[in-house]
Write a protein of this length. Structure first.
Length: 184
């Protein structure tokens, strides 16, 4: 069997519904990923366009955004052994046009910092130019496969634009593997 030259995935999240205190919003995301295995190494590139900044497992922003943008991520994964993998990447969010952010830190009607600090600390809702939702940074993570059905992950992300550090933990359960094993 010939080696696979390139892996690809496309994600379409048209109906990802998000409600905010001010409006009901349907998030539209078009995203593609390409990757290729080179032994234990898997470099990858993800590109997409959206009308809201997509959160990732490793980096959940303290605000919701509304406005057109492009998002990019490039990195590499490394399969240490069958049950352990590591990954690192850099990301960039490049918005254009008018942007609005709804803070998930400040409550509706809460006072902000009167123009100091990032927009999500200035007020519950902020509207401005494209720089309002611009972001970039890097992420790293480890994945541990306990079985064919259960994976544990830990990740770190740094937003250089906002000066945010995020540490995340996760458990992924593959229900198909569980149901196949139980004979259901």
């Amino acid at each position: 069997m010939p080696d696979q030259l390139i892996g690809a995935r496309a994600t379409f999240q048209d109906a990802a519904y998000r409600a905010s205190a001010h409006r009901q919003y349907v998030r539209l995301i078009r995203e593609a990923r390409i990757d290729r295995d080179f032994g234990h190494w898997t470099p990858f590139l993800e590109v997409g366009v959206a009308n809201s900044i997509p959160d990732t497992f490793v980096y959940r922003r303290p605000f919701a955004s509304y406005g057109e943008l492009g998002h990019f991520q490039a990195g590499v994964g490394y399969h240490v052994v069958n049950w352990l993998s590591a990954a690192a990447s850099a990301f960039d969010v490049a918005p254009w046009g008018s942007q609005t952010t709804d803070s998930q830190v400040l409550g509706n009607g809460s006072g902000g910092s009167a123009g100091h600090g990032p927009p999500f600390l200035q007020g519950h809702q902020t509207t401005g130019g494209s720089s309002l939702a611009a972001d970039n940074g890097f992420s790293a993570g480890l994945g541990l496969s306990l079985s064919k059905a259960i994976d544990l992950t830990i990740g770190y992300s740094r937003s250089t634009h906002y000066g945010l550090n995020t540490i995340s933990f996760g458990i992924a359960v593959n229900m198909r593997a569980i149901l196949r094993h139980s004979g259901l």
